[in-house]
Design a protein around this ligand. Structure first.
Ligand code: ADP
Length: 183
């Protein structure tokens, strides 16, 4: 199923509706991981490297140039040792990916987080609805084999810590399966 045998470290997608805690999880995971991991905040990358077609003022978001983005990411993911942090996951080919973590959050807590972030009301509403409708989870489930998709709650510091500990355990098992050496 997986072509990950040539990778020395796994490729982990952390996805979820904006505000569910992807970046917070990715940052802690980089610190705790038993193998070196590079955190790529894909949204920031798109901006920095101008991998977009246009900026939508109404939605305050970029329309991503998916071909350009995939071209940039391909050599990085084939080497492994990457966390891809993005609110959408179906763009990444399944052969690139070893684990997909979908973060979930109670919608009223998510609303508060997005308001604090200064999102316009329409964007807060859209994301809130997406979380209630499980849009990101459905997308991950329809794009990847069920055994590599994990849904985790991200509503407290305890959740954050236990989620990261779980992913660290998974990385340890991945290392054993793939005979990877600790670098
Ligand atoms: N598990 C959690 N418990 C409490 N607050 C959290 C948790 N995860 C994220 N947050 C908070 O929610 C906000 C959004 O988190 P962030 O990691 O930026 O989300 P995302 O990358 O998914 O947009 C931040 O203020 C962060 O501190």
């Amino acid at each position: 199923m997986s072509s990950s045998t040539s990778r020395q470290a796994p490729v982990i997608v952390i996805t979820g509706t904006p505000g569910t805690g992807k970046t917070t999880h990715a940052q802690l995971l980089v610190e705790e991981s038993p193998v070196p991991l590079r955190h790529i905040n894909v949204g920031e990358w798109v901006k920095q490297k101008e991998l977009y077609e246009e900026y939508d003022e109404d939605w305050q978001s970029y329309t991503v140039d998916e071909d350009k983005l995939l071209d940039e990411l391909e050599p990085i993911t084939s080497a492994g040792g990457v966390i891809l942090d993005w609110h959408t996951s179906d763009i990444f080919p399944e052969r690139w990916v070893d684990l997909v973590v979908v973060l979930r959050c109670d919608h009223s807590q998510l609303w508060e987080r997005l308001e604090k972030r200064g999102y316009p009301l329409k964007k807060v509403q859209e994301n809130n609805e997406a979380e209630i409708m499980e849009v990101v989870l459905d997308e991950a489930r329809s794009s990847y084999a069920p055994e590599i998709v994990v849904e985790l709650k991200s509503e407290s510091t305890e959740d954050l810590e236990s989620n990261v500990a779980r992913i660290v355990q998974w990385i340890d098992a991945w290392k054993q399966d793939h005979g990877a050496t600790n670098q």
